[in-house]
Design a binder for this molecule. Sequence first.
Ligand SMILES: *Cc1c(COP(=O)(O)O)cnc(C)c1O
Length: 354
Amino acid sequence: MSRYLFTPGPVPMQQDICDIGGEQTPYFRNDWFSQVVKECETNLLDCVNAPEGSRAIFLTASGTGAMEASVINLLKADQKTLVVNGGSFGQRFADLCDIHHKPYQSLHVADSDLSDIADQCTADSFCTLLINAHETSVGRLYNLQAVGQFCRENGLLNIVDGISMFVTDPLDMTEFNIDALIISSHKALGLHAGLSMVILSPRAIEALNERCSMYFDFHSYLNDGERGQTPFTPAINILMQLQHRLRQLVDGGLAKEVERAKEIAHYFREQISPLPLGFYSQYMPNAMTTLSPLDGRSAAQVVLDMEQNYGMVLTPNGGELRDKVFRVSHMGCMDIRYTDQLLDALFDYYGAER
Ligand SMILES: *Cc1c(COP(=O)(O)O)cnc(C)c1O
């Protein structure tokens, strides 16, 4: 039975990207590879409309590594950070602050996209804000425009984890006033796992702490990056995949991908309406649909049955949402036909006619 992936990483990948991943890894301390890295940096900054003078850092790490690196390099030991905590990824930022002794306060979010963030909290005592643009654990996309505006008005450094919405939903560092943007290879970019990037605005570069880690010291990545190199062995094949992928995304390619993700998400949400499934979140991104069974079935059981009986890999939730919620990712190399496979399976599972 073939497997269909509807998970927020890994995602279905293009064949040409898989082929690059399968190539013999070339040597990298040379001009050829420096050009690969420099092209990736230029195109990445272009894709997210980074302000003039921004730089990109390439880390060999999963997304959490880049979150941790950002906390280490950008948060102050003597000034407070506001952590938007609306689920397990927000909680991860709070945990990182605890581990690295960075003072913070959590803004717990339950049923809001923070359009009204200015009414929800006062910014007086903070110097930095940490947020996951898409809180993937529940499928909530925050209003980045409102959050960016709040940071601008109050002089906060705005650090955004855009890992699970880059390529499916609009992301613009200039428009959203983002100072540090974290993204990762294995979500909607559709590359192998193991490469994460932090894009720093000039303001963020200015705010970097003194050298405070061996592996995660942003100063050394910025220095070596000037000649297209990294301090330690990079994820060479994934950077080669990234070079190829970004060539598809520049010059309007990214806007088309966002449009395609939007179309797929809307199609899926419309088509499932006859089934006993409700939307768990009001603020869903194009990246993902979060569903709750309305007929008393356990969400975890639906996920198990869909994989065992149909080869459809959906995303279960843990903890208290285990029986209430499951998620369907629309990220990666998929189209309406791919999504139809899941719809057919769901209708068959519920004994309904499409
Ligand atoms: C997937 C994800 C991450 C990174 O998780 P890793 O397992 O470390 O790659 C970080 N933030 C968000 C919002 C995510 O969805």
